[in-house]
Design a binder for this molecule. Sequence first.
Ligand SMILES: [Zn+2]
Length: 344
Amino acid sequence: MSSALTFPFDAPPPPGATREVAPGVHWLRMPLPFALDHINLWLVEGAPGWTLIDTGLGDPATRALWERHFERALAGRPLERIVVTHYHPDHAGNAAWLASRCGVDVHMTMAEFLTGHAIHAQSSGYALADTVALFRSHGVDDEHLAALGARGNAYRRGVPELPRRFARIYAGERLRVGALEARVIAGYGHSPEHAALHAAAHDVLVSGDMLLPRISTNVSVWPAEALADPLARFLGSLDAFAALPERTLVLPSHGLPFRGIAARVAALHEHHAARLAELEEAIAGAGAPVSAADVVPLLFRRELDMQQRFFAIGEAIAHLNHLAAAGRVMRAMAPDGTVRFATN
Ligand SMILES: [Zn+2]
């Protein structure tokens, strides 16, 4: 289906430089020291200054590039406003640093602000120990749990500090983004209250992580909402994007800008439907109830590094919870305390 997508720009801007992708909308790219490789950020011109959407990982490499942007792209024009699509480190990592440097507010949704702080502070239900306990209950072995535990507070490494105050944005509200007027489209399932921005008059959608051209967005279960069905929320959120005009230029956080929203949304629905069917079939054929850890190799047929394995378990639980919520499999607690799934 992705062959139906068109990519009007064949290459990202070089490090430290920008590329205009729509009138007044400039593309920046920042590095990521893991498999995802990079994140796209967007600077939108306005009067008197720029609105920045997302901020990059809060590490020295990204901050060094920010210094170059301050000298070049931002020269002579102040940063006026920061919008953060969601709390993940590659998006929120420099929000506090840039906000205090430029004396501006960070606009984000409330659930993203609070969840970021909960993980940063390792609050109840959001601590690494809670994730380790969740993954243990889903059959992850001691060796991998120890490796996960040894990572410590990975969030804080990517987000040294978070803003202590924010300007709250709401689903459906109109927001000034530089010279553009955008509508906030809330999305669920990838993060608690992701904000995408649609500037209808310019046919531009800043999709954040909710709509990516090549990879399927991570949809995981996390310990504070261990029985949730984030996959249903994610797939439901895509309807709002599918309703946008086909001519809309999608500016994703990873990969290249593209057109072809309907095809991409359809491909994501197909992708998840196929994985769910495969999973249900495997569970039916397993002969005994299976755990999330058991099905990871089925969902991910490639070598996974530690970070990818961490997301893979969360994603496996999300698919199993979805099947259970739909009544396609039964959830049961094995005598050893492991959550297992079986067909009816
Ligand atoms: Zn994300």
